[in-house]
Design a protein around this ligand. Structure first.
Ligand code: HEC
Length: 205
């Protein structure tokens, strides 16, 4: 026969299990609240940066691993729909200016001047021109991008769209959504696209 003490212990364990078994949603909202409470708004870095949009929310659900194919397709379609191509139809700007933007790491941090300059910091993750020896390797090398892919309108459109919103072509990309998040202007995206696509740019020589 069970002693009353053992029964009471079993009941206690049962009750505490119910109390601690929080749903994923509860855990997520607690984690979000904890994150928010540990950050302070500072200059242009305001706390709305912690608010996830639908893409970030979906990607967080599969953090650390690739989302299932149907989810990835949904994310890519969602992001492709946000890409605003230039109304004048011209996707290529000035590659010399594009090189400066690719080199420029300042922009949206709390310690940066909100009046600019704002860059793309492409070299932090990519090799681009062979003249620049210091580059990161989180992203693939973009050296000879246009030369290898072809200089035609389809590649131009892909390059512009990729810089505008990388998730349009690779769900949950680690690359910043430069156009979508208003980091780079339309002209700046044209200039960086020219850096990748102009046959005269150091990327392709
Ligand atoms: C924080 C790192 C990071 C930064 C900064 C970054 N990228 Fe990327 N980029 C990546 C990663 C990772 C990939 C590969 C995954 C993907 O396709 O999204 C990539 C992919 C690309 C591709 C597709 C390459 C291919 O083979 O099709 C292009 C084009 C590109 N980046 C251009 C740029 C340009 C231009 C800039 C600067 C305006 C830039 N990236 C800044 C991380 C970065």
């Amino acid at each position: 026969m069970k002693s009353p003490l053992i029964s009471a212990t079993i009941i206690t364990i049962g009750v505490s299990a119910c109390v601690t078994a929080a749903s994923n949603e509860e855990i997520s909202s607690k984690a979000a609240a904890m994150l928010k409470s540990s950050f302070k708004a500072n200059g242009q870095a305001t706390l709305d940066r912690l608010d996830q949009d639908a893409t970030q929310h979906l990607c967080s659900e599969f953090a650390g691993k690739a989302p299932p194919r149907d989810v990835a397709q949904k994310i890519e379609a969602l992001n492709l729909a946000t890409v605003k191509y230039p109304t004048d139809g011209n996707l290529l700007g000035d590659w010399k200016n594009g090189e400066k933007i690719a080199q420029e790491g300042r922009g949206k941090q709390f310690s940066d001047d909100p009046a600019g300059p704002v860059g793309g910091n492409c070299y932090a993750c990519h090799q681009l021109s062979p003249q620049e020896l210091s580059y990161g390797t989180i992203g693939p090398s973009l050296y000879q991008f246009g030369k290898l892919r072809g200089y035609g309108p389809e590649t131009q459109r892909y390059a512009y769209g990729k810089i505008y919103n990388p998730d349009a072509y690779a769900a949950c990309s680690n690359m910043p959504r430069f156009g979508h998040n208003g980091i780079l202007s339309e002209q700046q995206i044209k200039d960086v696209t020219a850096l990748l696509m102009d046959p005269a740019s150091p990327v392709n020589r």
